[in-house]
Write a protein that binds this ligand. Structure first.
Ligand SMILES: [Zn+2]
Length: 207
């Protein structure tokens, strides 16, 4: 079977930046599983996997526009230091906050006296990503997986040992209740749809 829309794909991968630094790898976690054609992973990687079969290996280079987007200066904002109250503030810290674009992960980019510059860009925005991938499995998706828009692993929806949504994100599993935004790697629309579909299947995620 070859990778196509509505197949569940197991993928081992190593992700490097332009300089060859390893940013992420499936490694000891084992292959990640995702539902092909459901925006579980970035578009450029999905395109690269299309048509492969189990056992195939490939190098896929993904430009920013097919990954996490170009770096957007408009996502920089200045806030007064006093807004942080007693919270520790240091350059390089990341935290989640409600913004006018919804819940986002923000980076403290710079501190100028009493002013803090926050960066709402994805950490990989503007970067060309280099994936070395190996397809470990390809199977037809179950109907409930299609309805939810993500693969189910041992234990069903959001359960089991595989880390929930199987998209390889470490930013939270698909049914993380924090902010109700789901896994950080999905578009808002996709995760809303998914939350709507979870209810009757006993996934225990509270939606
Ligand atoms: Zn599910």
């Amino acid at each position: 079977m070859r990778v196509a829309k509505d197949t569940v794909v197991g993928l081992e991968y190593t992700l490097k930046d332009d300089k060859g630094n390893v940013l992420d790898a499936s490694g000891d976690r084992g292959p990640m599983e995702y539902l092909h054609g459901a925006q579980n992973i970035i578009p450029g990687l999905e395109q690269g996997v299309e048509g492969l079969a189990a056992g195939d290996t490939k190098s896929v280079v993904v430009p920013p526009q097919l990954a996490y987007g170009e770096y957007n200066e408009k996502l920089l904002q200045n806030v007064p230091l006093e807004r942080f109250g007693t919270h520790p503030v240091a350059v390089g810290m990341r935290f989640h906050a409600e913004t006018n674009l919804g819940m986002r992960e923000l980076l403290i980019k710079q501190i100028n006296g009493q002013e803090v510059i926050l960066d709402g860009n994805h950490p990989l925005a503007g970067q060309t990503l280099h994936f070395d991938i190996k397809v470990t499995s390809v199977r037809a998706a179950e109907l409930t997986e299609l309805a939810h828009g993500h693969p189910h692993q041992e234990g069903g929806c959001c359960g089991g040992s595989g880390g929930g949504c199987g998209c390889g994100s470490s930013e939270g599993s698909c049914c993380s209740s924090e902010g109700g935004e789901g896994c950080g790697c999905h578009s808002e629309a996709a995760s809303q749809e998914k939350q709507g579909g979870c209810g009757s299947e006993g996934c225990g995620c509270g939606h």
